[in-house]
Every structure is written in C-alpha cells, then in structure tokens.
Design a protein around this ligand. Structure first.
Ligand code: SF4
Length: 368
C-alpha cells in the first residue's frame, strides 16, 4: 500500500449518518471534480470548479452576474472587495482563496439588491445565513438569486495577519504590487509581486502556520459550527486526502444540496466544462476529517471560553472530551493573545520553527 494511502487509513474516521447530518447537513449528491480547462485550473487555489461553473452559467445565460470577492493591493496593504462580474473573461481576477474578514451585510448585500438580473453568489457559510434571511422576506431578491455556492470554511482571519506575513516576507525598500494567498499544487504557494518586476513565491505555510493556530481568528468564527454551508445550493472546498497528494490534477470536493445544483453539475460534466466522478459523502468527510469535528464543536469553545473570560454561546450541545477542551483552550488562548498589542509583538518575534512545533502539537491533538 502506498505511504499516503496508509496515512489516510490510519487517520480515517467512522462517519455515521448522524455525524454526516451534524457536520455536513442535507445533500443530494457529492463529487470530486475539477475544471476541464487547464488555464482555469492553474489560476485556482484548488480544482477551479467555481470559476468553471460561473463561466458556464454566464455564457449560457443562466445568470447575468456572479458575486465574487476580489483582492487588491494598495500601499503594501491587501484589500478584499465584493464585485458582481458580468463578463466571463473577468472571472480569473476573482480566483484563489482569501483569508480575510469582510462585511457581507454592509458591502455585498447592497450590490446584490441593486443588480438587475439573475445572480450566482459565492459565499462563506455565514454569508448564506444573512442572504437566506433576507430572501425569506423579499420575493424579488429571492427570485434573482439562481445559485448559492458556499466555500468550505475553517475560519477567517483579521487583515492584520495578512499584513504580518507581508511585512515578514517583503524585501526592504520594495513596495508590494500584487498578492495571492494560494495557488498551485497541494497546499500551494503564496505569491508576492513587488515593484521593479520582482516576484516571490513562498510555501503557503508562511501564512497557514499562524492561521491554523487561530492567531488573528475573527471573533464570529469562535461560535460558528457551519463548515460547509448547510443552507446553500453547492458547497465546494479542498480535498485533503493524502491519496490525492501525488495526483497531478488538484480536485475540488463538491456537495450538491439541491436538484438544481445537481443538474447543473451533470450538465457541466456532459458539456466538458468539468471532469471528475461522483463519490460517497463519506469521502468528502474524509477529505475534511480534521476540520469537521473541530469546527462543529462550539461546546468545547464555549467551555474553554469560560476559563479564559471569552463568552461563547453553546449552540450545539456537543460532547466535550478532555482533548476537545484542550484544543479549544489552545485556540482561544491564541485568539486572545493576538488581540493584544503585546501578544502581537510576541507572535511576530517568535521564530518560525517554534510556531511550526506549536502547530504540530495542535494538529496531533486534533487527530486524537
Ligand atoms: S468559520 Fe463560520 S463564521 Fe467564520 S468565516 Fe467561516 S463560515 Fe463565517
């Protein structure tokens, strides 16, 4: 047996129907897919499925616009803004993950409300809660939203984390001109461009080591149990199966929750827009096996929060083992540390090797 497959076997969990319902919710079908077009894939953080679907919907008149989040650089700072794209050729500028807090209600909802025509929305699971509430009371708004795509989401980070990573990696005296969080195979690379046509690539771990330790985590994520977007049409995310690590083509894990979304996937496959195969929902759960239980267990964070003076309402009443409590304590401790000036200094000065060791410790707890 191949080494990577062996690791999958060792870390494999047993997914009962009850666990699938809790962690993933209701679904129609589940898939491992990628965009057939290589250029679309090469620009993507994963398999390029979201861009391929939006392009297909725009080109076939199923929608008139797609709400996406676009990052830009201004004076060594990264910003992320919502935009509604109507020209399929402009979709590549929205590709790639963004680990950055935004204000969906303030910045995206007015764009959606003002748009004349049919829309697909690319959202975080928590954005789906907002838009679904509005749709209930607004038939016109409800009518124009043809598809909601929720991204699998562990948590997002305060923009200060992005700034820290930029500062740590920027050559002295050069201004940042372009930035991408993640592109390329497996975990991917971070891309930095500077004036004088200087381009730099760093392993994504220069960012994710901090992010996975929950330094600079957004406050709202501490009380969130929705990893895949229970109430959207399509949920799309990464495939972290060791057996896929050596696959030259990166895939997306895709969950179709509605008949419309399932039919759309089937059409896109038959029209050579997408490539891939249906898989069991357990395979999708395996692809996110560490994150799903961790994200769902608000109860552990609620209990650990009491020890650290952070109030978190327990919305799930989940069983909390000692190890869950320890993980939640580390997460909240790190969250709290990065919310103080002294803590931020300490995080910035801590050698990378120590940060890495700390992350290995947390990851080891997470697979117990
Ligand atoms: S973890 Fe939850 S609250 Fe945080 S960004 Fe993701 S979906 Fe939103």
């Amino acid at each position: 047996m191949e080494f990577n497959s062996l690791i999958d076997r060792i870390t494999k969990r047993t997914w009962t129907d009850l666990l699938i319902k809790k962690y993933i919710g209701l679904f129609n079908s589940s898939w491992l897919l990628y965009a057939k077009d290589e250029i679309t894939r090469n620009h993507a953080a994963s398999g390029g499925v979201i861009t391929a679907i939006l392009k297909y919907m725009l080109e076939t008149g199923k929608i008139d616009g797609a709400l996406v989040l676009i990052s830009s650089v201004n004076g060594n700072n990264v910003n992320c803004d919502y935009q509604i794209i109507t020209d399929p050729d402009e979709l590549p500028k929205a590709q790639g993950s963004k680990y950055f807090t935004t204000n969906f209600t303030h910045d995206a909802v007015p764009l959606i409300e003002a748009f004349e025509g049919n829309l697909a929305l690319v959202l975080l699971p928590c954005d789906t809660w907002v838009i679904n509430r509005l749709r209930k009371n607004n038939p016109k708004l409800n009518q124009k939203i043809k598809l909601t795509i929720a991204l699998f989401c562990g948590h997002i980070s305060d923009p200060a984390l992005t700034q820290l990573v930029i500062k740590k990696n920027k050559p002295a005296g050069k201004s940042l001109t372009d930035f991408r969080y993640r592109a390329g195979h497996w975990r991917g690379k971070m891309h930095f461009s500077y004036e004088d046509d200087i381009h730099n690539e760093k392993p994504f771990s220069v960012f994710s080591d901090y992010q996975n330790l929950y330094f600079y985590c957004a406050r709202k994520c501490l009380r969130c149990n929705d990893h895949t977007g229970y109430d959207c049409d399509l949920s799309i995310g990464d495939v972290w199966l060791m057996a896929m690590k050596n696959n030259p083509i990166k895939h997306n894990a895709v969950i179709a929750r509605t008949t419309f979304a399932n039919d759309l996937i089937v059409q896109a496959l038959s029209e050579n827009i997408l490539e891939g195969k249906p898989v069991s929902i357990e395979t999708i759960a395996d692809a996110q096996s560490r994150s799903l239980p961790l994200h769902y267990n608000v109860s552990a964070r609620s209990k650990a929060g009491k020890l650290l003076g952070i109030k978190i309402a327990d919305t799930v009443n989940e069983k909390v083992r000692l190890v869950d409590l320890l993980i939640a304590f580390v997460i909240l401790f790190n969250y709290k540390l990065s919310n103080t000036a002294k803590g931020r200094k300490l995080i910035a000065r801590t050698p990378k090797k120590i940060i890495k060791l700390y992350l290995y410790f947390l990851k080891a707890l997470e697979i117990l």
